[in-house]
Design a protein around this ligand. Structure first.
Ligand code: NAP
Length: 292
């Protein structure tokens, strides 16, 4: 396969590049002038997914069989405050990719999120009805609709709370927490947001298996565990890395006064993925062990 990965310098993008380039011809695009990782079988260009002309040229020259859209404006509060940019990247960018996938008969694998749900009754299955609370979720749900309406071959992969080691600037919760606790700084962690955190390396492997098996439709791929609160996750991280759990203080989401509302009872059911995929979806203990 010839695989185009957007957002290839992001947390998931880097893992996708690593895993796909091991046996597929792989090309990546992102906003930076240079790739964060270099590896054989991989070429990189600085292209924004909102730039139609440059995307057209890339499709014409690289001729992808599959496009994995891991590029997105992922800052949840940023999306709330900068709605124009959020719409342009997360919706218009996906329109560009789906049009080009249709014209070039390529499959589109789109990354989505449990933030398309309102968080009243998670974890959610593929069949549950979305109802996003914040603008990030609104744009991600709209991107799903764009793809569903586009009459292309697609796979929408919904995931939640990614973590893992990556190069470049990282927004990763695990590495952020480890740094804080190593510096003996107190942190306030929410007790009322639930998820099944997902090791990015593991997600990339599962996406590769799904792409190679040509699975289509909507599929949840997330950590293999019952959901846990962000506070419980933080305690597990501290335990695994021998750091002081007493520095972790409880807080409620409402006390943080964040710009964007969050789904509280979030998380994703992974029964369908377990049936379709051989890749083991790692629980938090195994995932943290992997990055230790
Ligand atoms: N992280 C999570 O917990 C999580 C949970 C559920 C779903 N997801 C979804 O999974 C996907 C990957 O997430 P991630 O955590 O790997 O995000 P990430 O680390 O923020 O990576 C996204 C990458 O896309 C780039 N990008 C932003 N706008 C772009 C544009 N217009 N054109 C091309 N590239 C652009 C970003 O560049 P800059 O860094 O310069 O902006 C970044 O390198 C996203 O679709 C996200 O919505 C993530």
């Amino acid at each position: 396969m010839r695989v185009l990965i957007t957002g290839s310098n992001g947390l998931l993008g880097q893992k996708l590049v690593k895993t796909f380039s091991s046996n597929h011809r792989t090309s990546g695009i992102d906003l930076q002038t240079e790739p964060f990782i270099t590896t054989p079988n991989f070429s990189y260009q600085n292209i924004n997914i909102t730039e139609k002309g440059k995307l057209e040229e890339l499709f014409a020259s690289f001729k992808p069989d599959a496009v994995i859209n891991a590029g997105a404006y992922t800052d949840v509060d940023g999306c709330e405050n900068n709605r124009k940019k959020a719409w342009e990247v997360n919706v218009e960018g996906v329109k560009n990719l789906s049009r080009l996938c249709r014209e070039n008969k390529a499959k589109l694998v789109q990354l989505s999120t449990d933030y398309i749900f309102d968080g009243k009754a998670g974890p959610y299955s593929e069949e549950d009805t979305p109802n996003p609370k914040g603008y990030y979720g609104v744009t991600k749900l709209e991107s799903e609709k764009v793809i569903l309406d586009s009459k292309i071959d697609f796979l929408i992969v919904r995931t939640n709370v990614l973590y893992g080691k990556s190069l470049g600037e990282t927004h990763d919760f695990v590495l952020w927490l480890i740094q804080k606790l190593k510096n003996r700084q107190e942190v306030k962690i929410v007790t009322d947001q639930y998820s099944n955190p997902t090791l990015a390396d593991n997600l990339a492997e599962a996406i590769k298996e799904a792409a190679e098996k040509n699975i289509s439709g909507v599929l949840n791929i997330a950590g293999g565990e019952k959901v846990l609160s962000r506070y419980e996750f933080a305690l597990k991280i501290a335990e695994k890395f021998n750091l002081d759990q007493s520095l972790i203080k409880k807080v409620l989401t409402s006390e943080l006064n964040l710009p964007a509302p969050r789904p509280l009872k979030g998380g994703l059911k992974i029964d369908k993925a377990k049936k379709l995929l051989e890749t083991e979806l790692l629980d938090v203990d195994k995932g943290l062990e992997y990055i230790r």
